[in-house]
Design a binder for this molecule. Structure first.
Ligand code: NAP
Length: 339
């Protein structure tokens, strides 16, 4: 074979690869590394069985669905949040739909903002199961309010709950993982921990802070390759997050969750989270377009990202001010894609 022919073949292969990647990207609902892991990587069914998994925010939304999918994998579960009756409901459903027994699920009430209680909570888990293989930092709240209309108490609450609460619990659990030289710390961050959007300045700040903290922590744990620190960054997912979002006042929540149909199904988001855990991925992005495309733009072409975000953001603020669902500026695109 001549050199010329070989070069042409190589160029053709490179072009084909580019086209395949582009097509994969157009249909993606997660970053391409995650989707590769879903196709070729390790299965949660092989990797996560028999683990002790502590999930915060397990009384609703993503944490609740996580409990259901994890229970089917045969793990031992610790379910934490503030509302015990909701946790008991989740536990009952886990027991009904899996082979787990009563002794395999511990309901452990926990307020993430009550950092004084985190040490006792950690000890209670260790007393029950002897170890913590995976800590899923999932509990949190969001925000829907313009900065100028938002009291400082709201910013304080978002940082105390989403950031400091998560850091505090992680600091309690980490020594036991270091002792065993293994464990996974999985934090449900958000694409708003990477990109930014109006109406969520305090939420964005708390999630950006979390990403910085865990990325830095990972570098400190480089001598412990068995301890995996993962950031999970979802876009819009069906849950109660909008209904529970703080408004300008710390005592008031949005109350109405608005449209959910355009958001990713909670079950799909959680399946991708499990794939990430099984494959020890450091950071994953879980979202459909156009939010996923926006994340790639923010990462690789920030100037374009600012231009598009400002355009979409303007509409988002207009919708919010006129009492329409703030996200309806882009949810029509997603709806059209689905129909
Ligand atoms: N859904 C989305 O579109 C989306 C997108 C990106 C990221 N996320 C992230 O996903 C995580 C889960 O949210 P979700 O969407 O499932 O919302 P959700 O349905 O509102 O669930 C939030 C969970 O957090 C718990 N929580 C709230 N305040 C708490 C506190 N002080 N102490 C302990 N637990 C507390 C809630 O339980 P109690 O009220 O019983 O305490 C509930 O179980 C959050 O970190 C959120 O930022 C969600």
């Amino acid at each position: 074979m001549s050199w010329e022919l070989l070069l042409w073949l190589l160029a053709l292969c490179a072009l084909l690869l580019l086209v395949v990647q582009l097509l994969r990207f157009l249909w993606a609902d997660g970053d391409l590394t995650l989707l590769w892991a879903e196709w070729q990587g390790r299965r949660p069914e092989w990797e996560l069985t028999d683990m002790v998994v502590w999930v915060t925010g397990a009384s609703s939304g993503i944490g609740e669905e996580l409990a259901y999918q994890l229970s089917k994998l045969g793990v031992s579960l610790v379910l934490s949040a503030r509302r015990v009756h909701e946790l008991e409901r989740v536990k009952r459903r886990c027991l009904e739909n899996s082979n787990l027994k009563e002794k395999d699920i511990l309901v452990l009430p926990l307020d993430l903002t009550d950092i004084g209680s985190h040490e006792a909570a950690t000890k209670a888990v260790l007393q029950e199961f002897g170890r913590i293989d995976i800590l899923v930092n999932n509990g949190g709240v969001s925000q829907r309010s313009l900065c100028m209309d938002t009291s400082l108490d709201v910013y304080r609450k978002l940082i105390e709950l989403n950031y400091l609460g998560t850091v505090s619990l992680t600091k309690r659990v980490l020594p036991y993982m270091i002792e065993r030289k293994q464990g996974k710390i999985v934090t449900v961050n958000s694409l708003l921990g990477i990109i930014a959007a109006p109406l969520s300045s305090g939420y964005c700040a708390s999630k950006h802070a979390l990403r910085g903290f865990f990325n830095s922590l990972r570098t400190e744990l480089a001598t412990y390759p068995g301890i995996i620190v993962s950031n999970i960054c979802p876009g819009p997912v069906q849950s109660n997050i909008v209904a529970n979002s703080l408004t300008g006042e710390v005592t008031k929540t949005v109350g109405n969750g608005g449209h959910q149909s355009y958001k990713m199904a909670t079950s799909r988001c959680v399946r991708l989270m499990l794939i990430s855990m099984a494959n020890d991925l450091k950071e994953v992005w879980i979202s459909e377009h156009p939010i996923l495309a926006a994340a790639y733009l923010w990462q690789y072409m920030p100037t374009w990202a600012w231009w598009i975000t400002n355009k979409m953001g303007k509409k988002r603020i207009e919708n919010f001010k006129s009492g329409v669902d703030a996200d309806s500026s882009y949810f029509n695109i997603l709806k059209r894609k689905r129909d």
